[in-house]
Structure formats: structure tokens, C-alpha cells
Design a protein around this ligand. Structure first.
Ligand SMILES: Cc1cc2nc3c(=O)[nH]c(=O)nc-3n(C[C@H](O)[C@H](O)[C@H](O)COP(=O)(O)OP(=O)(O)OC[C@H]3O[C@@H](n4cnc5c(N)ncnc54)[C@H](O)[C@@H]3O)c2cc1C
Length: 397
């Protein structure tokens, strides 16, 4: 296997191409737009920075954010310092950085749309801008709207989220996340180097667009975000169900999927950049070792078993109740009143707390959380320190 065609030059395709080309493969990346401002928050958690330190080290403009604020459906707020910051890129910048690295490693990059992929014969045949191209293997990394599906099924409405938002030309230093009552999704405001990405995500088909837009506009108003020059966007995001993560075919004899196309997205937070990079990386590694058939299993042990667990609890987190109130509201309240719970949320934000061990950790620290909460709740002066001032800062990498 010598020539690899990659459809999609986003994070999954570009990183996969870079890895393959640096191991001597002849790689062509096809992308209809190349580096573009894909609607996205652009937030990279610490686990992505740890795995791919060039994302922090590169001189490309980015925003390093250390403070986050969670807001409940009832308006409770909890602001806290993250021990490990989130790095936020404009997507045009991030995609450009990854594609430049792919080209430097030896990939050919073609700005063209792939309209058909035929994997039935001995070689893969691709239709690119009206011409046929031949390759030994095809990596499908064309995102959530990917229509090229050899031997597998498209993601259905139950596996997708709708997102709407604005790019706002203003400066901010805090990440904000707001939950809504009985709503599977959330609102966010993510500061970038020279603008904000503000948006809302929700399960497809559960809310009409005008309702989502109404929530978004209320949020913008409540947070006093100046909207002069704001640009509207909307896009789809995979939010896979557990059975889709477990059962959907993502690889065949001469093809494999990575990133959003393979539904590698956290169904609770919508984080997809880390999983796109990691899946592209794992696929490249399997091809380098001449074991493409090992890719789905490696993906499963790296993260998709954890994402499957997350898919099973997503609905409960957004719609469930605890001690007579919404789980999301209790979460915001506990953040204010329990240092132990705050540490846990910090680890969730940095990506160092996986979902499968979350339940055990919550259970183990239930006693201390309850004591801290009760003590602080009954006597607000007993709160050990404001949430934003207690955390020892760790170095970035
Ligand atoms: C509004 C929104 C906010 C988000 N916020 C975050 C966040 O803050 N943090 C985070 O981690 N994740 C976030 N995500 C998820 C993240 O954007 C995706 O998971 C990530 O971009 C997936 O990368 P990818 O390479 O798989 O696909 P994409 O980034 O979608 O790249 C696919 C590429 O394929 C190209 N393409 C598609 N079809 C064809 C074709 N037929 N021929 C040629 N080229 C084609 C496209 O031009 C595109 O460049 C967000 C998503 C959305 C929608």
C-alpha cells in the first residue's frame, strides 16, 4: 500500500496525512475549501495539548484561557480558575497550521471536492473535480456532513446536534457555558485571539430553529455581548448514541473514517478536535504498521468506549434531577460551595477525568462534597476561598 487519498483536510485528515507522509507514504489530501473558518468553538482541552504540544508551541495566534464560568438554567453562576488552561484557535488558523505541517511532511494538497468514492475494485477510485483518481486506500475525514459512505450508514438525526452561533468582533478572557432547563445541549461563549465564538448546541429535531435562535439571542443579551459586526453561522455536529459508537462500521478493506465522519465526538460536551486529531493519528499508525484492520479496536481502547459510556449518561446529565433540582443547577451550586467538587470539574474541563471513572470518583468523594456543601451553604463565610482564587497554577505543558 503506497498511495493514500485523504478526503477532508480538517484536523483528522491533515494530522493523518502528516503522520503518513513522514513515514514515506505518498499522500494526497483533497479538501474543497482547505483552511477555512469552520463554525466551531475552537477550544482545545489540556489532553489535546499534552498529546500534540505543537498546538501550544506554534507561533500561530491563539487565546489561552484560564477562567471559566458555568451558569445554570435558573441563573446561578460559578466562576472558577482552571488548573490547566484551554487553548482556543480560530479554525482557519488551526486548519492552516495543520495543513502546513502536512505539506511540510510531504503531502500533496488539492483544493477540490470529491464527489464519489468507489472502493469495490482492487484500487480505490475517486471522482475529483470531474476527473478520476486512483489510490490504494482512502481515508474519509470529510466531517459530519460526509456523504461518502462505502459499506456503512450515514449518521441519522439521533446522532447529530444542531449548532447556531455568531462570530463577534470583541475581546473577552472567560469561557462561559450556560445550561437551560430540560434542554439537551448548552450555550457557550469562547474567546479567541481577536473575536468571540458564541453559540448554542442541541440534539437535532428536539427544538425548532427559531427557539434555539431565541435562546441564543437571550444569552447574548444577558451576557451584554456587543453584537456590532457579528456574523451568524450554523453547522452540524455529531452527538452519537451509544449504539452508533458501538456498532457503526468505520473501516473496510481499503477505506477508513476518522474524526467527525467516524462520529468521534464527546456526546456531552461536543468536544471533537482532540478526537479528530487522535483518530487521524491512530489510523495513520495502523496503516504504517500495515494493520489497518486493528484501527477500530485501537480507537475503542483509546477513547470510544469512554464516549459510549458518556452517550449513556448524556440525557440524565442535561435533564435529570438531584436533591429536588436539575443536575446542572446542583452542579453550578456545588462548584461554588465544595472545593472537592470544584477539583473534579477542573479535571473534567482539562480532559484528565474520563467518564467511566467519574461515577466512582463522585461516589468516593460524596461525603466530603456533602460536608463542604452543607457547611458552606449554612454559613457562607465558611467557603474556604472564592472559587477563582484557590487553584495552584500548573505549567501549560
Ligand atoms: C459550532 C461548533 C462548535 C464546536 N466547538 C468545538 C470546540 O470548541 N472544541 C472542540 O474540540 N470541538 C468543537 N467542535 C467540534 C469540531 O469542530 C469537530 O469535531 C472537528 O472539526 C472535526 O474535525 P474533522 O477533521 O473530523 O472534520 P472537519 O473539521 O469538519 O473537516 C472536514 C473537512 O472536509 C472537507 N470536505 C467535506 N466534504 C468534502 C468533499 N466531498 N470533498 C473534499 N473535501 C470535503 C471540508 O471542507 C473540511 O475542511 C465544534 C463543532 C461545531 C459545529
Amino acid at each position: 500500500m503506497k498511495h493514500i487519498a485523504i478526503v477532508g483536510g480538517g484536523p483528522a485528515g491533515a494530522l493523518c496525512g502528516e503522520r503518513l507522509a513522514s513515514h514515506g507514504f505518498d499522500v494526497t489530501i483533497y479538501d474543497e475549501r482547505l483552511a477555512w473558518e469552520k463554525p466551531c468553538g475552537g477550544g482545545l482541552t489540556h489532553k489535546a495539548i499534552e498529546a500534540y504540544p505543537f498546538l501550544l508551541d506554534s507561533p500561530a495566534p491563539k487565546k489561552i484561557v484560564r477562567t471559566a464560568e458555568l451558569i445554570s438554567g435558573g441563573g446561578h453562576r460559578a466562576r472558577f480558575e482552571m488548573s490547566r488552561p484551554i487553548v482556543i484557535y480560530a479554525r482557519k488558523v488551526l486548519n492552516g497550521l495543520l495543513l502546513d505541517r502536512a505539506v511540510a511532511a510531504g503531502c500533496a494538497v488539492v483544493c477540490s471536492r470529491v464527489t464519489r468514492v468507489d472502493t469495490d475494485g482492487a484500487s480505490v477510485r475517486l471522482m475529483v473535480g470531474g476527473e478520476e483518481r486512483i489510490s490504494d486506500f482512502v481515508v474519509l475525514a470529510a466531517g459530519a456532513r460526509n456523504q461518502l459512505l462505502p459499506g456503512t450508514t450515514a449518521l441519522g438525526a439521533m446522532d447529530l446536534e444542531v449548532t447556531l452561533g455568531y462570530f463577534v468582533p470583541t475581546e473577552e478572557d472567560i469561557i462561559k457555558v450556560k445550561f437551560l432547563k430540560q434542554f439537551e445541549g448548552y450555550l457557550w461563549s469562547f474567546p479567541r485571539a481577536d473575536h468571540l465564538s458564541v453559540g448554542i448546541c442541541a440534539k437535532m429535531g428536539q427544538n425548532p430553529t427559531h427557539k434555539l435562535r431565541g435562546h441564543l439571542d437571550d444569552f447574548v443579551h444577558e451576557e451584554k455581548i456587543p453584537m456590532k459586526g457579528a456574523q451568524f453561522y450554523s453547522h452540524m455536529l455529531p452527538s452519537p448514541q451509544a449504539q452508533t459508537i458501538r456498532g457503526r462500521r468505520i473501516a473496510g478493506r481499503n477505506w477508513a473514517m476518522a474524526g467527525d465522519a467516524a462520529a468521534c465526538v464527546d456526546p456531552i460536551t461536543g468536544e471533537g478536535l482532540y478526537y479528530a486529531l487522535r483518530s487521524g493519528d491512530l489510523l495513520a499508525q495502523a496503516l504504517i504498521e500495515e494493520q489497518p484492520q486493528a484501527y477500530p479496536e485501537r480507537l475503542r481502547s483509546a477513547f470510544s468506549a469512554d464516549l459510549e459510556f458518556a452517550a449513556n449518561i448524556a440525557r440524565k446529565i442535561f435533564r435529570g434531577n438531584f436533591l429536588g433540582g436539575a443536575i446542572t443547577t446542583r452542579m453550578v451550586q456545588l462548584l461554588n460551595y465544595s472545593p472537592a467538587f470544584r477539583d473534579l470539574i477542573r479535571d473534567v474541563f482539562s480532559g484528565s477525568q474520563d467518564y467511566r471513572s467519574l461515577k466512582r470518583r463522585l461516589w468516593n468523594q460524596l461525603g466530603i462534597t456533602f460536608v463542604e456543601f452543607t457547611r458552606s451553604f449554612l454559613d457562607p463565610r465558611a467557603v474556604i476561598a472564592p472559587a477563582s482564587r484557590q487553584v495552584p497554577r500548573e505549567p501549560l505543558s
